[in-house]
Structure formats: structure tokens, C-alpha cells
Write a protein that binds this ligand. Structure first.
Ligand SMILES: Nc1ncnc2c1ncn2[C@@H]1O[C@H](COP(=O)(O)OP(=O)(O)OP(=O)(O)O)[C@@H](O)[C@H]1O
Length: 767
């Protein structure tokens, strides 16, 4: 037997042994779980047996309470242990399928023998809990695998550094407990394994990349120093993948103190959220809070307003015709994304210290209990030195006091008795006994019931007051645009912008560019609603956030570490990107920046093609994966576009592409084409509210394809009239969604971006 075969047989033997250990452990855990489950059932059945219930004296009540608490704690402890065992069993199940993917033999300085270290998705100890059979990929020693080739190497531990030498580096593909592939690597890590991983078809959910994390990605994943980590990475360079592995890494490193609810990820749309949703569970971690920035803002607005989504804004920009209104809105978008605009709002807020905040009447049954003028008078009678949110707090207290007085006088009103009579029997008894538990004093009956009715009716008002709904934030904001004048800090077009904004606000409509400024304004008036529980915030597609939005986010999350990931080449909201933190000159303060230049998603041919019209300057390095040249399908003599698309789709399907996306520029183009294609092809349309997608043929606008990838991409109108200079980032984003094949349909002349690419980098087909 050759040496290689010997090695493979020995490794398979080890895999078998490890799986045997896993089975043993699983058996033990099952037995333990059964024991706990029986305990839990018993405890639930006999819960009341061990609780001493005695409500005679106050002391007895306290004792009863303590005894109840103890019993409940015991039960939840057992339930927690059961949950933990369940999680361990799930991990063992995964390890049994594929116990590890890497091995390094490491000779620590000062030692003679190399120790083999096997690396997998979770740690596994032998039966005696003495030696590691598998190390978790996040363990300090595992970083050797990602950071070094054979030769001198080192890894960091809490209080220092361990140095030594790697004498062997081996990678495995293990499926169903069998070694399917095994490679010893030399200088570059994991090329073969990576080739295999990248050569596969696209899937409708993202995969984890633990087995093939690249050195530069590992710097992002294991970064523990930076409070602000900024990652600029070209399309397909693994930013999202690195972000998710980083979350898994942090949750492992800080497992005692960092829980899923302490990590938030802002993703570009719901589809993307579900696309990445299974990566963390696959790694044995709970999913973190994922939301879009839009939903985050919607949650924070107190007034009932409609907020435009960034996609509706985008659609407006791309489809509305050039008229005066459109021109003003574009100027507004530009200005409202800037820090200067925040300063203007601050100037307005300062002016509100002397007057101008609008309030709402507090009414009850169409009667004004406390008028808005009265509230304003009280507010402005308070000491000028007190900050606005603190004054609001005082007003709230004052209002609640006043409401209590009203409540007292209301008891004798006629309507109260009418309501008492409407109570059904059960409610009646409940209300009566609630206040009259121990003394059945019938003479008090009417009074008790009247009190209860008024309390119920007034509790809603009190709640509204506590929620500060009496402050008319929208009207106060509206005033900013129509009634107030700055001391000269406005841009030349301000009057027109302000007039237009006011007309939207009148309809209780917040355009996307107004949404963050509005929430910012609201919080400056009502008091900051700081998110202290969030320890780590991840912002994917960070290029699409404006300077204003960043300043707001920094304010809301003052104690949060942030990881921003994006690609300035894919900045589709061009109005907002001028001051984006992905641009080095634009970030102030302490931060670390990592740049990823290598693209893994697309074939070398697609990466080369797109790099000629990439908007940014940086070099884009393709990973060496060969494919066909991108195709320009010239639709001649106005030949039916639908027929051309059907032919293209059929051809791509015949070649084995499972997920094919027709990526349009706008939603309106998407809708139109979908109507034409839906009877000819089994095609699914994706819109803003789509949460998941299946393999197959899809049609969608480019802004919803952000962050996602497909086996093949067809751009249905890559003609000169389809994409103009201002659409450069959109066109680049659309093309870079393709993993294996890219086809662009052109009627008439091709768009300028295609003209920027040398002719030998694509193929032209005439139909
Ligand atoms: N180290 C790696 N090992 C295996 N696959 C990888 C690796 N890095 C990236 N990939 C793959 O490359 C593709 C692109 O990765 P990802 O979506 O994370 O990139 P991105 O930088 O966020 O892209 P974009 O900005 O274009 O949305 C994915 O299929 C991912 O699995």
C-alpha cells in the first residue's frame, strides 16, 4: 500500500474511533436526558405537594410565596438542564456526520513531539474528559489552521503567545462519517477544498465557511480589539460570510456574557435576512436579532406615520421623470443625508427651548380634560436650564397627577353607573372582589364598582401619557419646515426642500430621507431611547447608509461595538454615499479597517469582466475558478425580448444551472417582464415583502438581489437606454450576483459599461 493510501486508511480509522466515541457520548446523554425528563414530569405533577399554601397571616403569605418560588426555580433548573442536553445532542449529531475538516500537527517550542490537532465545528473530548478529540474552530489553537502554512507559527492565548512549528496541514471532506477527500496543503491554504466549495451550485440559503476561512477573513472573524471595525470588501469577497462567522466566534469566546439578544444585525431586506438565517444554527449557535434599519425606525416612531422604504425611494429615483418636484427631492435627499442637516435640526431644537413645541389635548369622551395650551404653558413655565427631555418627564408627572384628580371627580358622573350596569356577571364579581377581598361590605358595592370603571377608562389615558403621546412631535417637526427660520445655516435650495417636505408631512408620510432625521428629532425631544443591551452591532451593506444615519446609529448605541461591512462599488443609493465611513477619509476616531480584494463568488471570467467597470479604484483579484466568458446576447431586428429570454433560460438550465435570476433595474421593469414571462416559464417574482426563495427561475430588481447570489444571472436590458452613467453601481451589483454564468441581453447598442470592457473578455451572440 502506498504511503498516501496508508495515511488515508489510518485517518479513516481515526474517524471511525471518533464516531464510536460520539455514539457512546450520545447514549449517555440520552439516558441523562430521560432521567431529567422524568424528573420534570414528576415535578410538574407533584408541584403543589411540596408547596405550603397558607394565606391566613401576612407572614404566612410571604412564606407561601417563598415556597412557591423555590419550587418553580427547581422546575426551571431541571428544564434548563434538559435544554442544554438537547443542544449537546444536536451538536453530536452534526459531529457524527462530519467530525472535523482540518488537522495540523504542531510542535510547540521546547517540545520534541508534534501533537495532532483536529479541527471541527465544535469541541469533543474523549470519554474521560481529558484529551480533545476535536477542537472547536474558534479555540485559540485553531487559529493556526487559518493563519499559517507549514513552518513557523504562533497563536495567542489570554496571557501571551505560544510559538512552534506546523509540520503537517491536512484538510478533509468527511460526509456520513466517510472521508471523501483528503489534501495535504503546502503554501496556500485550502485551495482544493475551496475550489470544491465554490464550484457547487448556488443554494437558497447561505452556507457556513468554517472549513475554508481565508487568512484575511480570519482577521475580521477573530478581531477582539476594535470598537469599530470597518470592512471594505469587493463583491463576493466573503463579507457577509465573515460577519456571520465573527458572530459565532464572539458568542463562543464570550459565551458567559454574550447572548444572542446582545447582538443585532442590520440587513438590507427581509429576503436577505432569511437567506443568512441558517448559518448560525448550523454552527450550533442561536440566531441573533436580525432586522432591517427600516423596521428598526418603524419600531421607534411614536406618532402614527407611514415610512417610505428605501426601495420605494429607489424606485422613485429610478422611474420618476425629470420634473421640478423630482429635482427638488433629489436635492433634499442629498442634503438630508449629511451631518450639516443634523446640525440644522440641532439648531431648531435649541430654539424650542424658548417656545414652539406642540402638544395634543388630553381628551376623554370628547371632552378636553387638559388642553394643549395648558400643557404648553406648564412646559414653558419650567426652569429654562432644564433640558427638554427632562422637562417632558416633569410634565408627564404633572399630567398624571392632574389626571388622578379628574379621575376622582369623574366617579360621580352618570355615565359611570351606566357602565357598571353593562358589566357582565363575571366581570362584576372580579371588579367587586378585587377591592373588597376580605370584607364583604355590601354598602360599599356601588362606590367600589364606580371606582373600578373609572380606573379602567382612565388607565388608557395614563398609558398614553406615559408613552408621551401628548407631545405632538409631528406638528413640531412640521413647524421646522414652514414656520422656523435658521440663523443662516441652510443650503440655497432649502426653501423649496422645506416646502416639499412639509407637503409630505401633512399627509403623515415620511420619505426615506426624512425617516432617520424624524426619529432623531423625536428622541432629542422625548429623551433618548438608548439600546444598552446591544453589545455588538453588525451593519451589512454599510455603503447604503448616510452620514446622518451613522451619526444617529452611533448615538443610539453608545456602548456598542460595531462591525460595518460593505462595498463602495455597490453603493446604489448614490445620494447618500458621499460621506460614507467605508471611504477612509470620512471616519473620525478610533477604528480598524480591513480591506478584502479577493472575490470568491464568481468565476475568474465574470470577475475580470466586471472589474473593468467597477466604480471604485481598488484592484479586484479573482479566485482561480474557470468558467465561460460572459455573454452579450444581441437581440437583432427587435426580435421579441421574451423569446430571447426564454431561449437563454432554457440554455442555462440545460447546462445545469439550478438557480437563475433575471435581474432588472427597477420593480416596474420586473413586474412588466414577469407578466410577459409567467405563462411561458415557471418563474417566481421577488418583491420587497418576499421572505424566502426556492431554487429555480426568479425575477427581481437589482436592489433586492443585494447580498444574494445565483448560479446564473441574466440582465434583460443591458442596452444603452437601459443603463446610464448614474446606474454604474446598479449594473455592477447586478452582474456580480452571478456565480457561474452571466448573460446580458442588448437591443440596439450596448450600455457604456460593456463598452469599457476589452472585447476578448466577453462573447457576443446574435439572435
Ligand atoms: N473562505 C471561503 N470559503 C468558502 N466560500 C467562501 C469563502 N469566502 C467567501 N465564500 C463564498 O463566496 C460567496 C460570496 O460570499 P459573501 O456573500 O459572504 O460575500 P460578500 O462580500 O458579502 O458579497 P457581496 O458584497 O457581493 O454581497 C458565498 O458563496 C460564500 O460562501
Amino acid at each position: 500500500m502506498s504511503n498516501k493510501a496508508n495515511n488515508r486508511a489510518a485517518e479513516q480509522q481515526r474517524v471511525d474511533n471518533v464516531i464510536h466515541e460520539i455514539n457512546q457520548k450520545a447514549q449517555q446523554l440520552h439516558a441523562k436526558a430521560k432521567g431529567i425528563k422524568d424528573d420534570v414530569i414528576d415535578l410538574r405533577k407533584t408541584f403543589w405537594d411540596d408547596v405550603k399554601v397558607n394565606l391566613d397571616e401576612p407572614d404566612d403569605i410571604i412564606e407561601t410565596e417563598a415556597s412557591l418560588k423555590q419550587q418553580a426555580e427547581l422546575l426551571s433548573q431541571r428544564e434548563r438542564s434538559h435544554g442544554k442536553i438537547d443542544e449537546q445532542l444536536k451538536i453530536l449529531k452534526r459531529l457524527k456526520e462530519s467530525p472535523y475538516f482540518g488537522r495540523i500537527d504542531f510542535v510547540e517550542s521546547g517540545e520534541k513531539e508534534a501533537e495532532p490537532i483536529y479541527i471541527g465545528i465544535a469541541s469533543l473530548m474523549d470519554r474521560d474528559e481529558e484529551d480533545f478529540l476535536v477542537y472547536d474552530w474558534r479555540a485559540p489553537i485553531s487559529s493556526l489552521y487559518y493563519d499559517y502554512s507549514p513552518g513557523k507559527a504562533a497563536y495567542e492565548i489570554i496571557d501571551g503567545k505560544i510559538t512552534g512549528e506546523i509540520t503537517l496541514k491536512r484538510q478533509f471532506i468527511i460526509r456520513h462519517g466517510l472521508i471523501k477527500g483528503m489534501f495535504d496543503t503546502g503554501v496556500t491554504i485550502g485551495d482544493e477544498l475551496l475550489q470544491q466549495a465554490l464550484g457547487n451550485n448556488a443554494s437558497s440559503t447561505m452556507k457556513n465557511i468554517v472549513a475554508t476561512i481565508q487568512k484575511e477573513q480570519n482577521r475580521i472573524i477573530r478581531n477582539e480589539r476594535s470598537n469599530l471595525l470597518i470592512v471594505q470588501g469587493v463583491a463576493g469577497s466573503g463579507k457577509t460570510s465573515a460577519a456571520l462567522q465573527r458572530i459565532a466566534y464572539l458568542m463562543y469566546r464570550y459565551r458567559e456574557e454574550l447572548h444572542a439578544e446582545n447582538v443585532v444585525m442590520f440587513s438590507p431586506n427581509p429576503l436577505f435576512s432569511s437567506y443568512i438565517a441558517n448559518v448560525l444554527p448550523e454552527l450550533g449557535e442561536t440566531n441573533v436579532r436580525q432586522t432591517t434599519f427600516l423596521d428598526y425606525l418603524r419600531e421607534r416612531t411614536i406618532d402614527s406615520v407611514t415610512i417610505e422604504s428605501p426601495f420605494e425611494q429607489m424606485e422613485y429615483v429610478l422611474t420618476k421623470k425629470d420634473d421640478e418636484d423630482y429635482r427638488i427631492r433629489l436635492l433634499g435627499m442629498d442634503y438630508k443625508s449629511s451631518q450639516e442637516y443634523m446640525e440644522l435640526i440641532d439648531e431648531y431644537i435649541s430654539s424650542l427651548e424658548n417656545g414652539g413645541i406642540r402638544f395634543k389635548n388630553i381628551t376623554f369622551q370628547k371632552r378636553i380634560l387638559i388642553s394643549k395650551e395648558e400643557i404648553a404653558n406648564y412646559f414653558y413655565s419650567l426652569d429654562k436650564e432644564i433640558a427638554i427631555p427632562n422637562k417632558i418627564e416633569l410634565v408627564t408627572k404633572w399630567l398624571l397627577e392632574k389626571i388622578r384628580e379628574h379621575q376622582k371627580t369623574e366617579i360621580d358622573q352618570d355615565w359611570v353607573m351606566e357602565q357598571v350596569e353593562l358589566l357582565d356577571k363575571e366581570e362584576y364579581l372580579k371588579a367587586y372582589y378585587k377591592d373588597n377581598e376580605f370584607e364583604n361590605d355590601v354598602s360599599m358595592e356601588e362606590e367600589i364598582l364606580r371606582k373600578e370603571i373609572v380606573r379602567r377608562f382612565f388607565s388608557r389615558i395614563k398609558k398614553q401619557i406615559r408613552n408621551l403621546e401628548y407631545v405632538n412631535v409631528l406638528a413640531t417637526f412640521y413647524r421646522f419646515f414652514l414656520e422656523w427660520e435658521s440663523k443662516g445655516n441652510t443650503p440655497p435650495s432649502w426653501t423649496a426642500i422645506a416646502k416639499q417636505t412639509a407637503s409630505y408631512l401633512k399627509k403623515r408620510f415620511l420619505t426615506w430621507e426624512d425617516a432617520t432625521p424624524y426619529v432623531y428629532f423625536q428622541e432629542r425631544i422625548l429623551g433618548d431611547n438608548l439600546d444598552r443591551s446591544v453589545r455588538h452591532l453588525f451593519i451589512d451593506e454599510a455603503q447604503d447608509y448616510s452620514a446622518f444615519q451613522y451619526a444617529f446609529i452611533k448615538r443610539v448605541f453608545p456602548y456598542t461595538r460595531m462591525t460595518l461591512l460593505g462595498d463602495i462599488n455597490q453603493a446604489i443609493y448614490t445620494q447618500v454615499t458621499k460621506e460614507n465611513p467605508l471611504i477612509p477619509e470620512e471616519v473620525e476616531g478610533n477604528h480598524e479597517r480591513i480591506t478584502l480584494n479577493k472575490s470568491y463568488r464568481s468565476t475568474k471570467q465574470i470577475v475580470e469582466f466586471t472589474s473593468y467597470f467597477a466604480p471604485g479604484e481598488e484592484v479586484i483579484e479573482p479566485f482561480e475558478r474557470e468558467g465561460e466568458l460572459p455573454k452579450i446576447v444581441q437581440s437583432l431586428n427587435g426580435k421579441d425580448i421574451v423569446e430571447t429570454l426564454v431561449n437563454q433560460v432554457t440554455e442555462l438550465q440545460e447546462k445545469g444551472n439550478e438557480t437563475i435570476a433575471i435581474i432588472c433595474k427597477t420593480m416596474s421593469e420586473t413586474n412588466k417582464l414577469y407578466e410577459q414571462l409567467k405563462d411561458m416559464l415557471p418563474i417566481s417574482i421577488i418583491h420587497e415583502e418576499t421572505y424566502t426563495f426556492q431554487k429555480g427561475l426568479l425575477i427581481l430588481p437589482v436592489y433586492l438581489a443585494k447580498g444574494i447570489e445565483f448560479d446564473a444571472v441574466i440582465i434583460p436590458d443591458a442596452s444603452a437606454q437601459g443603463y446610464v452613467e448614474s446606474d454604474r453601481t446598479l449594473f455592477y451589483t447586478a452582474c456580480t450576483r452571478a456565480m457561474h454564468e452571466l448573460a446580458m441581453v442588448v437591443t440596439g447598442s450596448a450600455c457604456q459599461f460593456i463598452d469599457e470592457v476589452p472585447k476578448d473578455k466577453y462573447e457576443v451572440i446574435s439572435r
